[in-house]
Design a protein around this ligand. Structure first.
Ligand SMILES: [Cu+2]
Length: 157
């Protein structure tokens, strides 16, 4: 609604300026960037460039250490399976390995993350660049549940 009004207003404004303006600068001041013109069909995710920080979270039998961690946006997190068991790392919104694989197949945004157990056997590492601020709750579905057993939280600010 607002966008449509603004676009209409811009169109009127541009044509008004075009009629009265003396220079090209006045015309361009009424133009909107493409992202605003197409608002409503575009979703904006604020991403942060890599900040060079790398932290490691150990996946043990059966806990993540540290399990509650705060990082700056742009930090790369390496999960290192140092246990003797397979584990997985699932966002709380995902039920199991199959759910994660389906999510990652359809969602390529930087907030879709995690690793299924076949790719996280003992000795494996999985890394992800957390470049969108937010709270990321995760767990291992083999040894835990959201908020219980083998689980963790990453707070990205
Ligand atoms: Cu586990």
């Amino acid at each position: 609604m607002v966008t449509v009004k603004n676009s209409l207003f811009s169109a009127v404004l541009i044509s008004t300026i075009a009629l009265t303006a003396c220079g090209p600068d006045a015309v361009s001041s009424g133009a909107k960037p493409p992202s605003e013109v197409e608002a409503g069909v575009t979703t904006t995710v604020m991403t942060v460039p890599p900040n060079g920080e790398v932290i490691t979270i150990q996946s043990l039998d059966n806990s993540f250490r540290p399990f509650d961690f705060e990082i700056a946006a742009g930090t790369e997190v390496i999960f290192d399976n140092r246990g003797r068991n397979d584990h997985n790392i699932l966002p709380d919104t995902v039920k199991d390995d199959a759910g994660l694989i389906a999510l990652l197949a359809t969602d390529t945004s930087p907030t879709a993350w995690g690793v299924a157990s076949p790719d996280f056997v003992p000795g494996d590492t999985y890394s992800h660049l957390f470049n969108v601020p937010g709270v990321y709750n995760y767990y291992c579905s083999i040894h835990g549940a959201p908020g219980a057993g083998m689980y963790g939280t990453l707070t990205v600010s």
